[in-house]
Design a protein around this ligand. Structure first.
Ligand code: ZN
Length: 290
């Protein structure tokens, strides 16, 4: 599988790629740098916008602009004017936590989870910003809330709490957003690295970025079997998203943070944005409907 560098971003912690179909651009973030990026594959350009704090996830907003999951909670952002509006900070009482990965559900609600900077077990949670801008706590007792996506039939929610090395599945109701009946559908072997970001393809299979595993794996959530891997010339693979024409390109973010000099010499493109054509297409991401 040929994976190539499309942007030598040298990101500290590149994350949360998402294809913005209306703009035909890839949104992604550098969490610790606090920058929101818009990559245009048509000309290879990348525009970075500085946000004043760490940023865990970005999603398009149907009514214009984007929504962000920041250190200080959910926010609306207008990339044209730079106007940032903080909307809700459900963990204001937890200064060691920041928001991490997030995505919209089929009803246009924005889900995002948190992470504790010191990896204190079970101090993080998963939240949902509804379209009326109210926030609900969906899951507690997490340590590093990461990849999330919904099944093609919109009946199942998939979620990764990284240290568990598992993908949890839940029954999901699109009308209410309610999740219940948690079970494990994929277990990641320790030698493959830690599961981080996740997306789903047009065949309902899960693509999971493997941090310190140097690859993205494709798993079948129906039987838990590994189907395919796409290797990346950077060990800290953080997240992936399908984009481009026919959603046939798998974009992959990576990180430089935490690599020593020897590792950086060995993988000079760490922190870059990579792309592969795995032979299967993705599905369009949902936008925030509020
Ligand atoms: Zn992540």
């Amino acid at each position: 599988m040929d994976t190539h560098l499309v942007l030598p971003a040298q990101a500290t912690l590149g994350e949360a790629p998402l294809w913005h179909a209306r703009e035909q651009r890839l949104l992604w973030v550098d969490i610790e740098a606090g920058t929101l990026h818009r990559f245009d594959p048509a000309d290879g350009s990348d525009r970075a916008l500085a946000i004043s704090q760490p940023i865990g996830a970005v999603v398009p907003r149907r009514s214009g602009g984007v929504m962000l999951a920041l250190e200080q909670g959910f926010a609306a952002f207008d990339p044209d004017t730079g106007a940032l509006t903080l909307l809700a900070d459900p963990e204001a009482d937890r200064p060691d936590n920041r928001f991490n990965d997030g995505k919209c559900d089929p009803a246009g609600r924005f889900w995002a989870g948190t992470i504790n900077r010191h990896r204190e077990p079970r101090t993080a949670a998963l939240y949902c910003l509804d379209t009326d801008l109210t926030v609900r706590r969906m899951l507690g007792g997490l340590t590093n809330s990461n990849g999330l996506c919904w099944s093609l039939d919109q009946q199942t929610f998939y979620h990764i709490d990284t240290p568990t090395r598992q993908v949890s599945a839940f029954d999901y109701r699109v009308e209410t957003g309610r999740i219940r009946n948690r079970r494990t559908v994929v277990s990641i072997p320790p030698e493959m690295g830690k599961p981080d970001g996740m997306t789903i393809d047009a065949e309902g299979m899960l693509w999971i970025a493997l941090f310190r595993g140097g690859c993205v794996g494709r798993w079948n959530p129906r039987d838990g079997r590994l189907l395919q891997t796409v290797s990346v010339p950077a060990s800290q693979v953080t997240a992936c998203a399908f984009g481009g024409a026919e959603l046939a390109t798998l974009y992959i973010t990576t990180a430089r943070a935490g690599l020593d000099e020897a590792a950086l010499a060995d993988q000079p493109d760490a922190g870059g944005l990579f792309a592969a054509r795995p032979g299967v297409a993705g599905v369009e991401a949902f936008e925030f409907a509020g």
